[in-house]
Design a protein around this ligand. Structure first.
Ligand SMILES: [Zn+2]
Length: 389
């Protein structure tokens, strides 16, 4: 059987089987009599059934007939055939049927969700549904013209859920095709039509199973869309499927955010490592380019914005050479860094502390490297001048 059907090409003319699901889609348990049994006992026709056969885009029901699993339900001509996993006993005529209600209720939500979605797209967005398919993971509708943009799809999703929350009643009626009024799509058959009505919104010929109120659909979420020949195929999810689809999207978004964060942290670490390596090279180059003063010392005195780890790394590299002295001022926070190579026999910690104590600052350090702060930049500058002298 082809996978796609337009709802109203459904056949539901009366065969020999009374189709209980036409009248009550919440009937999950029923009894029936065997009408006919195939020679191998794997195919059974009943006088009445609640099992829905694959049709109108909606898949068949699963469940059991007196404990034997039903693996397929098909229409052949007017006959409705239950395909069984094991042979039906030849001498047994009474059947106790049980529908897999979880699967059926899911199908009802998707199918009613489709009617609601198609009605809203027709009414408010001038998009006509040309087919519907209900798959195991997601359902699709094909619409024409294929003009729905991403923005329009968002607007459709919002509108559908607004209508859903109105909790509109769905009902089933049987009307003659020539007399039926206000159908969304003109019927392509004559005689008795089964019509599914969403109160105040939609009337469509359909043989499927539906919920009683739009609220039972839960939520409608639109998914991917693609062009298929002249039409646009739109994925959608209703009920539990919608919750799952949203959860999956959320998980994927969180996953990629975490990956992005990790990458950012990694590149930040690398950037920091590289900039420290560059700072060391800069410190060595500064030494290589400096000339000794009258005492034969190599003095680096500089004012920078802030005494950060890069300038420290440069100073460290500079001071690894004999005869070096560094005095770095940081204008932010009025800070000073004083360092000297051991060959100069200076005690930087003691020297700086004495100077700072005398001028209202504070600080200290080791003999090789010391730092401190002082409230005034002017005082700091004069202090630095004294140190170099
Ligand atoms: Zn339908």
């Amino acid at each position: 059987m082809p996978a796609y059907f337009a709802c109203q090409t459904l056949r539901y003319s009366i065969g020999l089987t009374d189709r209980l699901y036409y009248h009550d889609s919440y009937l999950f348990d029923f009894t029936a009599e065997v009408l006919s049994r195939s020679f191998d006992g794997l195919r059974l026709e009943l006088d009445r059934t609640a099992f829905y056969p694959t049709s109108g885009g909606q898949p068949f029901d699963t469940g059991t007939l007196s404990g034997i699993p039903v693996v397929d339900v098909v229409e052949e001509g007017d006959a409705l055939i239950h395909v069984l996993a094991q042979a039906w006993p030849a001498d047994l005529s009474r059947v106790e049927g049980q529908i897999n209600s979880v699967r059926r209720l899911d199908h009802m939500r998707q199918h009613s969700g489709q009617h609601l979605l198609s009605a809203v797209m027709a009414e408010d967005f001038s998009l006509a549904t040309v087919s519907f398919h209900l798959g195991p993971d997601y359902a699709t509708v094909d619409v024409e013209p294929a003009t729905a943009s991403a923005e329009m799809l968002l607007a459709i999703e919002e509108r559908v859920n607004d209508r859903l929350l109105e909790n509109l009643a769905l009902s089933v009626s049987f009307e003659d095709a020539s007399l039926a009024q206000g159908l969304r799509k003109a019927p392509d058959r004559t005689g008795l039509l089964r019509i599914v009505t969403i109160d105040g919104l939609d009337r469509s010929a359909c043989g499927g199973t539906h919920v009683r109120h739009t609220g039972e659909i839960g939520c409608v979420v639109l998914g991917k869309t693609e062009k298929v020949r002249k039409a646009q195929r739109i994925e959608f999810y209703c009920g539990e499927r919608a919750r799952r689809a949203l959860r999956e999207r959320l998980n994927a978004a969180e996953q990629s955010a975490a990956t992005l964060r990790d990458r950012l942290a990694e590149s930040d670490k690398l950037r920091r490592k590289l900039s420290l390596e560059l700072a060391v090279i800069a410190g060595q180059r500064r030494f290589a380019e400096s000339v000794p003063d009258q005492n034969g010392s190599f003095v680096w005195m500089e004012e920078v914005d802030e005494i950060g780890e890069e300038i420290r790394a440069s100073v460290d590299a500079f001071l690894s050479n004999p005869g070096t002295l560094a005095v770095i001022l940081g204008t932010k926070g009025t800070a000073i860094l004083l360092g000297a190579h051991a060959s100069l026999n200076l005690d930087c910690g003691k020297l700086l502390k004495a100077q700072l104590d005398a001028k209202g600052g504070r600080g200290g350090g080791s003999s090789k490297l010391a730092q401190g702060t002082i409230p005034s930049l002017e005082v700091l500058r004069s202090l630095a001048g004294d140190l170099v002298r």
